[in-house]
Write a protein that binds this ligand. Sequence first.
Ligand SMILES: NC(=O)c1ccc[n+]([C@@H]2O[C@H](COP(=O)([O-])OP(=O)(O)OC[C@H]3O[C@@H](n4cnc5c(N)ncnc54)[C@H](OP(=O)(O)O)[C@@H]3O)[C@@H](O)[C@H]2O)c1
Ligand SMILES: CC(C)CCC[C@@H](C)[C@H]1CC[C@H]2C3=C(CC[C@]12C)[C@@]1(C)CC[C@H](O)C(C)(C)[C@@H]1CC3
Length: 615
Amino acid sequence: MPSRKFADGEVVRGRWPGSSLYYEVEILSHDNTSQLYTVKYKDGTELELKENDIKPLTSFRQRKGGSTSSSPSRRRGSRSRSRSRSPGRPPKSARRSASASHQANIKEARREVEVKLTPLILKPFGNSISRYNGEPEHTERNDVPHKNTQEKFSLSQESSYISTQYSLRPRREEVKLKEIDSKEEKFIAKELAVRTFEVTPIRAKDLEFGGVPGVFLIMFGLPVFLFLLLLICKQKDPSLLNFPPPLPALYELWETRVFGVYLLWFLIQVLFYLLPIGKVVEGTPLIDGRRLKYRLNGFYAFILTSAVIGASLFQGVEFHYVYSHFLQFALGATVFCVVLSVYLYMRSLKAPRNDLSPASSGNAVYDFFIGRELNPRIGTFDLKYFCELRPGLIGWVVINLVMLLAEMKIQDRAIPSLAMILVNSFQLLYVVDALWNEEALLTTMDIIHDGFGFMLAFGDLVWVPFIYSFQAFYLVSHPNEVSWPMASLIIVLKLCGYVIFRGANSQKNAFRKNPSDPKLAHLKTIHTSTGKNLLVSGWWGFVRHPNYLGDLIMALAWSLPCGFNHILPYFYVIYFTMLLVHREARDEYHCKKKYGVAWEKYCQRVPYRIFPYIY
Ligand SMILES: NC(=O)c1ccc[n+]([C@@H]2O[C@H](COP(=O)([O-])OP(=O)(O)OC[C@H]3O[C@@H](n4cnc5c(N)ncnc54)[C@H](OP(=O)(O)O)[C@@H]3O)[C@@H](O)[C@H]2O)c1
Ligand SMILES: CC(C)CCC[C@@H](C)[C@H]1CC[C@H]2C3=C(CC[C@]12C)[C@@]1(C)CC[C@H](O)C(C)(C)[C@@H]1CC3
């Protein structure tokens, strides 16, 4: 077992992350796995520190001019520290010795009437340092802020990738912001703890999805559940009385030819992804300040795929093969996803520490599920980014088309049913919207936080194409005639959902891109200590996740054309509600850590999470 240098309860000096300042701290505990000490500063802030960042008190005693402040939160009160690092510092104080007394500092602070120096966390995703936020933009336009970012990061690389920046604020703003800033200072400390923690393995209590047993269940349960659902849906009467459905032998489900077709589909999408068309943008800064480049050509890939599908139909390619081998395709995709997940895990073992996902834990099972490596790439080919939008999402639209053709064939129809047309066009709109706004993906939790492992591989490559197309699959063997008045109501519902979904996403993206955009001037915001503000009016003042609300309304509109004979087509709405409620909770957790008191204020101003007056 590795030895430790400091004992619990020992009072020592701990380095404040991202600086060269040491403060008196008490050792609370030591984690043998991560080799980190949990220490407590005098103001109550708890952080995790490496052994190198801790020094015995004795090593400071002979030095008179060391930091005399007993906690980092007092640093701003004690102006000598802040000012010595501030770009706005007058030359007079530049000559002041670091051992200037606390009294002298207070006097000086009182003389300072015009401006206040406020530490801001330089966050990698912050607008203060980066204009990048997920809306189409030319790389050139990102250049200036990008360089800026790099510079700031290179200055702040000491031990954490967060540094401190000072903003000059007019005095009248100072009065308004004083209270919130002082409260937020504690959260800055916590945020630093979060960032420190992001580069270190996370502890068992922080594991999401029910920890190791939870992810184990999900990994085995979901594929079984998927096959059961498809088998149930294939039955003429899919009622509970007929459960379990007749189960095929495993060998009947495996067809090498089907797997070959699946691989061909995957390779075509790889080829489209590699085409040098579409602009290249930079993602949000990584832990080491680097920004990866992404080519935005998802929409082109969709157009090219449509051309290939159209040409194949014209050539008489039998698309019914996909319907008649649907389960085999689902199995082929699942096998592919397992192989991919194993590959991803193996290669992640060789990945440098900085390339690991903040969600990874050090536990093999959990990391296999959540993904260990954040952005696995083969050269410039980004595996996660590619899988998130291409084979599965475009595949979903193709499967819907297959179902439409199957319905015509099986039900002997000259034209598809209105229900099938509605489902196909609604979901087509959703996919086209995702591809058109491809850049927005770069700021999602999936890209920034979660690694690429079984969860996203299975979600993107199996769950999306084979479950999201479930309504169309259901309609093939369970026809439902929708009247025009009913269809009109469903269309209105879909459009309402879409307006909320797109309006909310675009409003947030525009605000993140340019917070001082004149078009957004009417919106109210809450100041946060990170330099990024939060919208509290407009869509984001309605509920805390208006985009989820719109998405759920759309989900309902996708199911309604299937009628009310069975609950099966509503499975998607039920699953999606659970997914988004869980996702919302995950996002709240991250936002609370990021924004602290400001987030709490936002929650008070906007009390409902997704459904107004309900949740
Ligand atoms: N079809 C599906 O299966 C599926 C699954 C998941 C998600 N989605 C959809 O994908 C879209 C993206 O979802 P997402 O889960 O990535 O989350 P999201 O809601 O787009 O983003 C959450 C982030 O927005 C920022 N934010 C939150 N409140 C804000 C406010 N008041 N003002 C300004 N910024 C605020 C925060 O990040 P920063 O402050 O750091 O910017 C927060 O972390 C959604 O429309 C969702 O419905 C679809
Ligand atoms: C346990 C697993 C089965 C959970 C699987 C979850 C995935 C199915 C989703 C996780 C992130 C989702 C996502 C989209 C689709 C579904 C997920 C992959 C998305 C591509 C849908 C279109 C949107 O416009 C989007 C691009 C924002 C979105 C990104 C996240």
